[in-house]
Design a protein around this ligand. Structure first.
Ligand SMILES: [Zn+2]
Length: 478
């Protein structure tokens, strides 16, 4: 965030007064073609919340595919099964959705980025820590030496599957051509959004247990997928117009979830115009200091308090005070204390959390230092939002309260996305997502620190509030 000077007009968020009484609006809301289904902590986009080990099914068949240069190790096994599976999926989806017959890709290549120098139609794979689709020879290739093991060891097998499903999405895009609205001058980020969306469609099919190879639980399993997408996000401050732009974590999870919720036709309908209208990826503004990471201290907490007071003024209830120390420590480092309507914070701990993410350490699986200033501000904002919800008579101690809280933090984030005392900067939203994907996330926790198991739901709640404003929060998470 950027602390700045100058006052701005007050724009009150809509009151959350309807929260306590409105019924469950399970299909409602939605603007601009975004994901709309699902609400509440009882389901993940209409599917039950499930818990089991995600990965290859014990009775999965042996893939019948030729892979050049494969070593038959764990990552080749997962990647090859993923390609076989995703080809079955598209064998069903292409005729059903687009009236096209499906053609498998012409070749597959496994390589080790540390030592191999194989060629594809797109050049040598030497030192290429990546996975890719090459349209020149219609091939999919993956690095089994660095990329796939790194993801698998960090997040589990489904992270390998999502990478291949994404790359195969590019093969589908190439096959669909006009039907996906893809032309020579289509910006990279639009193609990437479609590929993430296609991967989301495939994952729904797996979550519905239609796959012979894989099974994925809608809680921990999809959490693996979301966390992998988070890791491979673009660096904060990247311009969406960049040649290599793939999107922020916010944008990428949006596309994945749109595919999961609405299927491949929705993905093919993503184009330069509608993608540009909602992308959050942007370069740092001129004059942004410290790459958008503000210090977390008494001064910025005062600005935060002011920003929250303004944002939630419309609720017409007593604003919680924010105090260092404070009267309760229910959910450190930030707690909402209902007895005296205060948010109790541990300034030193939150200052530590607010440290910028060390991207190199993060990629290497080491301690990244902090999660960025917006993660810390969001945790406090979430506790504050509990006070507002209590003020209007809403429940604050159940899973839906957690999602409603994440949604209100999203609405507040949108409120700060304009010149003012505390202003949203490039990368901030991804810091909130980082928090949401932590097992200990406070942004989506209720007053006692309990949160819904599904990271998918938690991220979706924040995005709903950000894109649609606070009134959707009470409607969706009643
Ligand atoms: Zn891609």
């Amino acid at each position: 965030m950027i602390p700045g000077g100058g006052r701005r007009a007050l724009v009150a968020l809509l009151a959350v007064a309807a929260v306590a009484v409105s019924g469950c609006d399970s299909k409602g809301g939605g603007t601009g073609g975004g994901p709309v289904q699902d609400n509440g902590a009882g389901s993940v986009s209409g599917l039950p919340v499930t818990h089991f080990e995600s990965g290859l099914k014990p009775d999965a068949p042996k893939p019948k595919l030729n892979v050049r240069n494969a070593d038959g190790g764990e990552d080749d096994k997962l990647a090859t099964a993923a390609i076989d599976d995703v080809q079955t999926y598209w064998g069903e989806m292409l005729p059903a959705n687009f009236g096209e017959q499906f053609e498998p890709v012409k070749s597959l290549l496994s390589y080790d980025a540390q030592s191999d120098t194989e060629e594809t139609g797109c050049g040598s794979v030497k030192k290429l820590v990546n996975a890719f689709y090459c349209p020149v020879d219609d091939s999919v290739a993956w690095d089994r030496g660095v990329l796939l093991p790194m993801l698998r060891q960090r997040f589990g097998p489904m992270s390998v599957v999502v990478v291949l499903a994404h790359e195969f999405g590019h093969a589908v895009q190439y096959r669909l051509g006009d039907k996906a609205g893809i032309a020579k001058n289509t910006p990279t980020v639009v193609k990437e959004q479609q590929a993430d969306c296609f991967a989301g469609g495939y994952f729904r099919w797996v979550a519905e247990d239609k796959s012979k190879f894989y099974r994925v639980s809608t809680s921990e399993g999809l959490n693996q997928v979301m966390a992998s997408m988070f890791l491979i996000r673009d660096q904060a401050g990247t311009s969406a117009a960049d040649k290599g732009a793939h999107g922020t974590a916010f944008d990428r999870t949006y596309a994945f979830q749109a595919g999961f919720e609405k299927g491949p036709k929705e993905c093919a309908g993503m184009n330069t115009e509608n993608v540009k209208a909602r992308l959050t990826e942007r370069p740092f503004d001129k004059g942004d200091k410290g790459k958008g990471d503000a210090k977390f201290n008494a001064q910025t907490v005062a600005l935060l308090k002011k920003s929250l007071d303004e944002a939630f003024k419309g609720a017409g209830v007593a604003a919680p005070e924010i105090t260092d120390g404070g009267s309760c420590q229910t959910t450190p480092p930030a707690s909402y204390c209902p007895d005296d309507n205060t948010v109790s914070i541990d300034m030193a701990k939150l200052a530590q959390l607010a440290q910028p993410i060390d991207r190199q350490a993060e990629m290497q699986g080491e301690d990244p230092g902090g999660m960025g200033d917006f993660a810390a501000f969001s945790e406090v904002a979430a506790r504050y939002a509990l006070g507002i919800q209590k003020g209007v008579g809403a429940s604050i101690d159940n899973a839906n309260a957690g999602l409603r809280t994440a949604c209100l933090v999203g609405a507040w984030a949108a409120f700060t996305n304009r010149p003012g005392d505390l202003r949203l900067s490039a990368g901030d939203l991804d810091e909130a997502i980082a928090d949401l994907l932590q097992p200990e996330s406070l942004v989506s926790a209720d007053v006692k620190g309990k949160r819904p198991d599904s990271g998918f739901d938690r991220v979706e709640a924040l995005r709903k509030g950000y894109l649609e404003g606070s009134s959707v929060c009470s409607k969706s998470y009643a």
